[in-house]
Design a binder for this molecule. Structure first.
Ligand code: G3P
Length: 218
């Protein structure tokens, strides 16, 4: 499973990417607004830090302008992935950009039929939003399962499932169990993946016992 970091905070991306655990980055207009920085500059800096796909989202709502924006953003760096919304216009833009060889991430996916259309439109990634479905009292993981089943039913559907709107470590575990290809995870949740109280407790005990030996390794 690939891990993308869901962030437009260059310092956070840089720190977490230094672990070697990050395969890509996803940004969206809200994350760019939160960074308070210039969109193009931030995307360029992120692309210099991470080799894998870096999603940059178009702002237009009509296909023609989305394609122009997508072409402009794709020139920032070779690893830019153009993010388009899962609308009829977004699907048209996806088809057009993907035919040109540009990676496309179709975002704001909330049902399996939308995911099927995105794959038919040549999307590199489909982004089903787990947390936002859970927020409505629905089960975001069911959507990941349905998309996995549909994509596995047809060899010609090569789109990768990018589990998005991940809010907890449990979301990551469940998405991995189902077989999502990628999880895009906020930095805070990524760090929590490494935590377990028994790990901390065990390490404390090892350290105390080691102190008692009076030895040192270096
Ligand atoms: O990149 C999109 C995404 O992951 C959004 O997450 O928490 O705003 O629903 P959230």
């Amino acid at each position: 499973m690939k891990f993308f970091i869901d962030s437009a905070d260059v310092n956070e991306i840089s720190e977490i990417a230094s672990t070697g655990l990050i395969d890509g980055v996803t940004t969206n207009p809200s994350l760019i607004a939160k960074s308070g920085r210039n969109f193009i500059e931030v995307v360029k800096e992120i692309c210099d830090i991470v080799d894998g796909p870096v999603s940059a989202e178009v702002i237009a709502t009509d296909a023609e302008t989305m394609i122009v924006e997508g072409n402009k953003l794709s020139k920032i760096a070779d690893n830019v992935t153009i993010k388009v919304p899962l609308t009829w216009e977004g699907l048209k833009a996806c088809k057009n950009l993907s035919v040109e060889g540009i990676m496309v991430n179709v975002t704001l996916c909330f049902n399996a039929n939308q995911a099927l259309l995105a794959a038919k439109a040549g999307a590199t990634f489909i982004s089903p939003f787990i947390g936002r479905l859970d927020d409505m009292g629905l089960d975001g993981m069911e959507l990941i399962e349905e998309i996995r089943t549909i994509y596995d039913n047809y060899e010609n559907l090569e789109t990768e499932i990018l589990a998005a709107s991940i809010r907890s470590v449990n979301h990551v575990r469940q998405a991995a169990l189902i077989g999502a290809d990628v999880a895009t995870v906020p930095g805070k949740v990524l760090k929590e993946l490494a935590k377990h109280p028994l790990t901390d407790k065990g390490l404390d005990a090892f350290m105390k016992d080691w102190e008692g030996t009076g030895q040192s390794i270096l």
